[in-house]
Design a protein around this ligand. Sequence first.
Ligand code: ZN
Length: 497
Amino acid sequence: MTTYSAFIARVKEVAILGSMGGALRWDRETYMPRKGAAHRGEQLAALSGMIHEAMTSLQMGEWIDALRGADGLSPDEAVNVREVAREYDRQKKIPTALVQELSRVTSRAHEAWLHARKNDDFPGFAPHLERIVALKIAVAEHIGYADDPYDALLDGFEPGLTADAVREMFAPLQSQTVELLHAIVGSTVQPDESLLRRPLSPKKQREFAVQVAADFGFDFDAGRLDISAHPFCAGSHPSDVRMTTRYNEQEPMSALFGVFHETGHGLYEQGLDPDHAYTPCAEAVSLGVHESQSRMWENIIGRSRAFWIGYLPKLKSLYGGALDDVSLDAFHFAINGVKPSLIRVEADELTYNLHILLRFELEVELLNRRLAVTDLPEAWNDRMRRYLTVEPPTDADGVLQDIHWSGGALGYFPTYTLGNLFAAQFAAKMRSDLPDMDAQIAAGRFGDVLDWLRRNIHRQGMRYTSAELVERVAGEPPNGDYLAVYLRDKLAPLYRL
Ligand code: ZN
């Protein structure tokens, strides 16, 4: 057996163990009986221990040393070696004691965050966050970075990207978004969003969502849609992809667009190359590219006028007459309504990116010790006022709203806006490759769109970083202008600006 075949056999074995963890986590969020939680925790801890041990073993280190830059590897084999080595180096650089300390600190911080958010008690959470920031700075120091400790953390979610590169992409977006937002707030035409809150039974919501997901190309013989408190999509293999949503009879759009979103993630997972399963050549590039796929189907396609030409009549028939008075234009305007708001997860397509920008800037300042945790609420509220024209009445609706920091996920937030940004740039290229894209979408035909995504993105696995992939597909590096132009082109006519 050659070194590469021994190495890749172990890599696949570990990926299969990881996929078992995925199935267990999916079950925990959907069907597991409540009393099973502690037992499930033991199962998952045992699995992650086995995975960590295998991936950082002496043997793995020897294989990687022998294979790094070795002659005679095929391009795909070289990709697999490069990516496994990258993860191995990352894990090896962080001392086990630090990993364990982070795990202890974040599990206490999670409890403290839940309590603080419930009681609007930022001072109760602050010491935990201070500890987390200090530990994450230590992690960044161990991993190493050129200019900014932020880079070392961002790299864990978006390999190869730096804070500087993010800033450069976000800059045009920020100024144009703030300008557009202020014009929209001042516009005399506003959508009637109440028509989105006409009740629809969960059964009918599911019927519509499943139909659309199947029309998009999601294979329900290779995936499922179930219910969970926090919607997600978990793919363990192209042949088995689990999506979830939640239904609220009074807010039907939340489940519908939620399923469009998860279907985008699901199509990516189903589109990975099964011949390369369990290796980096059949893994998603990054969180940002994953999110570009969900935003593509949720927003760029799912909130387009073309899409609803075909699907509004279908939705109306499910409503049994209760939506018949709503015109296509009124509906299209309502689902694209923009309103500055306090809570990120409820934000519209335009203001969402301002919520992310604010978090990104604060994280960079925290990690560079330019902002103290105790001053965070004030810095948060100040930016909310400047970017979004609203100010949270409480910290619970402000700095305490997200779970991410309590879990130590600093450097994660930018990937959401990167997803929007990549999606807009991919869509612009797709549109020039498929000139009748809107006509196809209006006719409920998504095959060419999906083929384009499969060919250009899904099948590429981790062969390129996100920035390389964008450049390869779109012909130029990632550029925030595409998202700004896409938003203006859609919103300015709606608000008659
Ligand atoms: Zn997503």
